[in-house]
Design a protein around this ligand. Structure first.
Ligand SMILES: *[C@@H]1O[C@H](CO)[C@@H](O)[C@H](O)[C@H]1NC(C)=O
Ligand SMILES: *[C@@H]1O[C@H](CO)[C@@H](O)[C@H](O)[C@H]1NC(C)=O
Length: 444
């Protein structure tokens, strides 16, 4: 719509010039160019023609299609068949190396029913799973768990089968950040093997919108007013002000080193696997049963600051932990490869990247610790926020189903999956701290 508007105002401006033959020729040439541009824009629409109506599609359109167009050279070998030629034909999906892995993928071995029952997809966009007993060649789509490419006998059998149907889509799927996948699979060996990518990253062809945890938060003045005059410091423990709890102690983000450095300048109590303290039972499995987060971060005797550090500095990789803190009377200190200021107002959290060193951060935390009014304001600001998901939630299998209907009759290749899911997705801690935050660079 935007471009149509621009085009019409441009042509009328040109027409107004009128007069000599030369300018008429220029106008005609420009019009031809514009027609060409407009018609090529419509090709994209045709690809999407087959889709029915579904709820919450805008984000998909906006982010996925743009991506796909410039990341892959999708070519249509023959003109797209008319919709009527496959009136109700479902897309048949086969998953390899998922079921044998773990419970995480239970969703992928079930059915697509919830996509329709819960209104994510129109019923005309049918998809079904094919049984493991059926040969993979019966499927339209085969989903591979990337981490197990080198190891799964099932995956190997399919990968090496010479009868791969030329119209079948192979999907590179994983929920782990790149360096974890590389630990098990040498992705350099899979050049030109896959047709689509599916990860938590928005740069995937079929992004995991079920794993997306980017939100944006807006301040509610009404809430802010109701929180006037509360002294949160009264219920906070005396002594150590900063707490960290973690289960993974040797991470890509090297957050453990940052914490060690921080501890040289301010006391930090460390819970879980990476420190001496425990809450309830030491096992993190009983953590929620023992209501540890509440005890340590919210209730009487809780800490003032909580280190919400991601274990991976990979773009788009944010875990749930930050959002859990939104309802608690605690000030989050964050570390992650996202632009937090795009999600939360700056006055409601503390970003390690705003400080030149752990020492500088420690000084600021000490300063707040000694200034109850300023400390309270952080919590009041944070607790006044109302947060929304930046991208609508959609179970992944529904995203896949919708996408495959759109792509029907087209082809695509992932030329270098190792490069796609490679080091370019993550920053080392050194690069991370050297680089100014710029979410747009990663997220659009
Ligand atoms: C901290 O110390 C002050 C003063 O000694 C006391 O009034 C307050 O109750 C203590 N806070 C907690 C959570 O024990
Ligand atoms: C998927 O990629 C393979 C290997 O490059 C290719 O032979 C096949 O035609 C592609 N399938 C689709 C549906 O694009």
């Amino acid at each position: 719509m935007k471009s149509d508007f621009k085009v019409s105002s441009l042509t009328s401006a040109l027409r107004r010039r009128g007069g000599n033959v030369l300018s008429d020729l220029v106008v005609i040439a420009l019009l031809l160019l514009i027609c060409f541009l407009l018609s090529s824009m419509h090709v994209g629409k045709d690809v999407r023609r087959a889709r029915g109506k579904s709820v919450k599609k805008e984000a998909l359109d906006e982010f996925v299609n743009i991506r796909l167009d410039h990341r892959r050279q999708l070519t249509t070998d023959e003109p797209l068949a008319a919709d009527e030629e496959f009136p109700e034909a479902p897309i048949r999906v086969h998953a390899v190396g998922l079921k044998e892995v773990n419970w995480y993928f239970a969703a992928l071995t079930g059915s697509f029913d919830k996509c329709y029952d819960q209104g994510y997809l129109d019923r005309s966009l049918r998809c079904e799973y094919i049984q493991e007993s059926e040969h993979f060649t019966a499927a339209d789509v085969v989903v591979f768990r990337a981490t197990y490419l080198d190891q799964s006998p099932l995956a190997k059998a399919v990968l090496e089968d010479p009868n791969r149907p030329p119209n079948q889509w192979w999907v590179f799927f994983d929920n782990e950040p790149p360096y974890k996948v590389w630990k098990y699979s040498n992705l350099a060996n899979y050049k030109g093997v896959f047709n689509l990518t599916a990860t938590y990253s928005l740069s995937s062809d079929v992004p995991r919108f079920d794993m997306r945890r980017l939100k944006h938060c807006v301040r509610s003045q009404k809430r802010y007013n109701t929180l006037k005059g509360i002294d949160y410091t009264k219920k906070k423990r005396n002594g150590t002000a900063v707490a960290w709890l973690a289960s993974e102690c040797n991470t890509q983000s090297k957050r453990e080193n940052y914490v060690k450095e921080l501890q040289k300048h301010i006391d930090v109590d460390v819970y879980g696997e990476c420190g001496p303290l425990k809450c309830g039972s030491r096992s993190l499995n009983t953590w929620s049963k023992d209501r540890c987060h509440d005890k340590l971060l919210h209730q009487k005797g809780s800490y003032k600051f909580y280190l919400s550090f991601e274990n991976s500095l990979c773009k788009d990789y944010v875990t749930e932990k930050l959002w859990m803190l939104m309802k608690m009377d605690i000030v989050p200190v964050v570390m992650g490869l996202v632009d937090y200021s795009n999600m939360l107002p700056k006055d409601s959290y503390i970003d390690v990247r705003d400080f030149p060193s752990p020492a500088a951060l420690a000084n600021y935390l000490k300063f707040l610790d000694e200034n109850p009014a300023m400390y309270n304001e952080y919590i009041r600001n944070k607790n006044s926020l109302i947060c929304y998901l930046k991208y609508p939630y959609m179970p992944w299998e529904c995203t896949l189903c919708e996408r495959m209907h759109e792509l029907r009759g087209t082809r695509g290749i992932v030329y270098d999956v190792g490069k796609f899911w490679g080091s370019s997705q993550c920053l080392s801690p050194k690069q991370f701290f050297a680089k100014p935050v710029a979410d747009d660079e990663f997220d659009v």
